[in-house]
Design a protein around this ligand. Structure first.
Ligand code: 13P
Ligand code: SF4
Length: 300
């Protein structure tokens, strides 16, 4: 079957079974093209909380599908590959966070949405890369624990002037990007603007013109007058950038910044998922209720 045939089959089945397909900006081009909605983590959470379909088929990594279930437990949430995980989300467990909270009993906990439901359940409030600075500004405490991303935490600390207690997690894909990569790309494209994701380290961020979430990057490149952009994030974002701005040029800081987990979501697996109603994503109810509070405080 060609991609076109599979896409047609998926669309027919999705209609029959009342399924809405959500996809993250890093997924494969053919997956983005077929999705009902493509966005960053914050947009996808907001969308998932408002849908009226019976089923949400989530094309992204596991914590994103889990967040959709936490917000909409009355719906069936499916992920085409249950092994599409986020290594950063697995860098802290609920147990480890409970221990850290014990060390700082007066601290409030801000948890990046790239985390497990169990970790969200231990937090006071969630954030995404799009709203992390605003959320930390909103937290009324002198002691703030920020988990699991040390890089996003360091960036937020710099932007808010608040000292954060950081967990040492990180995204292995963004960690590949080094200052020398930016300097080389700038030399090759001297008139390009540099935009990076806040999961990059502070020394990379220091060399950028803008720091944005994935959808924030899409808005930035559209609204900025420059014709050329150097992009410091997972390379899947370039597909949408080129599609939405055919007159502009985009250069990845490195060609190998590929999140293999996002790419695990293929058309074949989406079709299989729809045909077999698998793989269902759920969260134990006691954990869900507590994680929901952290997510709802973020969405308020
Ligand atoms: P966004 O929230 O910016 O889409 O980022 C999600 C992510 O996993 C970045 O690596
Ligand atoms: Fe996780 Fe990094 Fe992949 Fe984003 S790019 S899903 S943070 S591993």
């Amino acid at each position: 079957m060609t991609n076109l045939d599979i896409t047609e089959k998926i669309k027919t089945l999705a209609k029959e079974k009342d399924v809405i397909i959500l996809a993250h900006n890093y997924t494969r081009p053919e997956v983005q093209d077929l999705a009902d909605f493509v966005g960053d983590s914050l947009e996808l959470s907001r969308t998932a909380s408002k849908l009226s379909s019976k089923v949400i088929l989530f094309c992204g990594v596991y914590f994103m599908a889990e967040t959709a279930y936490i917000l909409s437990p009355d719906k069936t949430v499916l992920i085409p590959d249950p092994y599409a995980g986020c290594p950063m989300a697995d860098m802290i467990t609920g147990e480890q966070l409970r221990k850290l909270k014990g060390d700082y009993p007066n601290a409030k906990v801000v948890c990046y949405v790239n985390s497990t439901a169990e970790v969200k359940a231990e937090a006071d409030i969630c954030c995404t890369s799009a709203n992390a600075v605003d959320i930390v500004n909103r937290v009324d405490s002198n002691d703030i624990i920020f988990v699991p991303d040390k890089n996003l935490g360091a960036y937020v600390s710099k932007m808010t002037g608040k000292r954060l207690i950081l967990w040492q997690g990180y995204c292995p894909i963004h960690a590949m990007i080094k200052p020398e990569d930016i300097l080389r790309a700038k030399q090759e494209h001297p008139s390009a603007k540099v935009v990076v994701h806040p999961e990059c380290s502070l020394d990379v961020i220091a060399l950028a013109d803008a720091v944005r979430s994935t959808s924030g990057m899409l808005r930035y490149v559209k609204e900025t007058d420059a014709r050329e952009f150097i992009i410091g994030t997972e390379s899947g974002i370039l597909y949408r950038m080129k599609k939405e701005n055919p007159e502009k040029q985009f250069f990845p800081v490195r060609r190998d910044t590929i999140c293999v987990n996002m790419k695990k979501i293929t058309l074949e697996k989406i079709l299989n998922s729809l045909e077999k109603d698998e793989h269902r994503v759920t969260v134990p109810e006691d954990v869900r209720i507590r994680a929901l509070k952290s997510i709802e405080r973020m969405l308020m």
